[in-house]
Design a binder for this molecule. Structure first.
Ligand SMILES: Nc1ncnc2c1ncn2[C@@H]1O[C@H](COP(=O)(O)OP(=O)(O)O)[C@@H](O)[C@H]1O
Ligand SMILES: [Mg+2]
Length: 317
């Protein structure tokens, strides 16, 4: 097999994972690649159809604003953004500011391998969460590298593919949040997605995030068994709704991806969630059920058997 074929094959495989964009979308995105400095994809807001994309030129004022902001004294946040993110990501953040989605970006809440989460304020001063997917994760690059074998032509193909893939990933998390919310599951309300930047409701207050379930259990168990049982029942109900109404499987459901706010569990981190028709959906569901059973029994909840949960979630009971 030629190297080119190899690269093509691997990119196709990964793209299929994140719901390959339509021909039309691909063409559009390729135009964007070529004219990167002059055009921006529009923002997808709640209720707006993603298909209704109109390209807009980057206004001069945006570029000027960026220069202005650079000069600001209290620009810690921009230093953070500039240190960590490439120009395209910086511009995406400024564009969200120009559109009145983000007022100011404040501190980092979490710095994971694939994404960073910031607390931010909307223009009215309300807390919002901004999740920025890294477009240059070493991890991802490494996994692709072996198919590229140091040929700069292939590096270019892979880089373009990678960026496209990450934008699709961010859009997927936005859509999954929306679908889960519509199914009656408590998740952060999605607000906007643009390129690799996802804006959503902030779970917490005053830029202090709510605790994760794992933090309420370790090192010291902070809830009693009645409270844990209540949380379990809600999470269980969400698992049923996720499968039967949203027709999705979370695929990374555990105590690290559930927050606890106002005495209610909140499901987060849904970029990897897959439709129940996905070839691995069943495997992912089984794994999610086991993770949830393991965690809740560790805090003393009397959890139903695996078989009972599986039957109830999938509606086979
Ligand atoms: N909407 C939100 N509000 C407040 N904090 C959040 C929100 N979303 C994520 N976080 C925090 O950021 C961390 C990482 O977010 P997550 O979506 O799990 O990304 P990943 O695990 O892929 O890095 C979470 O564990 C949580 O502490
Ligand atoms: Mg997570």
């Amino acid at each position: 097999m030629t190297e080119e074929k190899k690269v093509e094959e691997i990119m196709t495989k990964v793209e299929e994972e994140v719901q390959k964009p339509s021909e039309e979308e691909v063409q559009k995105e390729e135009v964007v690649e070529e004219e990167e400095e002059e055009t921006l994809e529009p923002l997808v807001e709640e209720g707006e159809e993603e298909e209704e994309k109109v390209k807009e030129p980057i206004p001069k004022e945006l570029v000027q604003r960026r220069r202005f902001l650079k000069r600001q004294k209290d620009k810690d946040l921009f230093e953070t953004v500039e240190e960590v993110f490439d120009m395209s990501t910086q511009m995406a953040v400024y564009e969200l500011m120009r559109r009145g989605v983000i007022g100011e970006l404040l501190g980092t809440i979490s710095a994971g391998k694939e994404a960073r989460v910031f607390c931010a304020k909307d223009p009215e001063g309300n807390d919002i969460a901004v999740k920025i997917y890294l477009t240059s994760t070493a991890e991802f690059r490494k996994s692709i590298r072996k198919y590229i074998i140091g040929d700069p032509r292939f590096e270019q193909i892979a880089n373009r593919g990678l960026r496209r893939l990450i934008y699709a990933w961010a859009r997927k998390e936005f859509r999954n949040l929306k679908r889960m919310m519509q199914a009656g599951i408590r998740v952060p309300k999605p607000i906007a997605v643009y390129k690799n930047v996802l804006v959503m409701e902030f779970i917490g207050e005053g830029c202090r995030r709510a605790p994760l379930l794992v933090e309420l259990a370790k090192p010291k168990n902070q809830l009693d068994v009645e409270e844990w049982t209540k949380i379990f029942n809600t999470v269980y109900d969400y698992m049923v709704k996720m499968y039967q109404k949203a027709k999705l499987v979370h695929a990374d459901l555990n105590e690290y991806n559930i927050m606890y706010w106002k005495e209610e569990p909140v499901i987060i981190d849904v970029s990897q969630a897959v439709p129940i028709s996905h070839p691995y959906a069943d495997e992912f569901l089984r794994h999610d059920i086991q993770q949830i059973r393991r965690f809740f029994s560790s805090v003393g909840v009397e959890v139903p058997s695996f078989a009972e949960m599986y039957a109830k979630i999938t509606g086979l009971e």
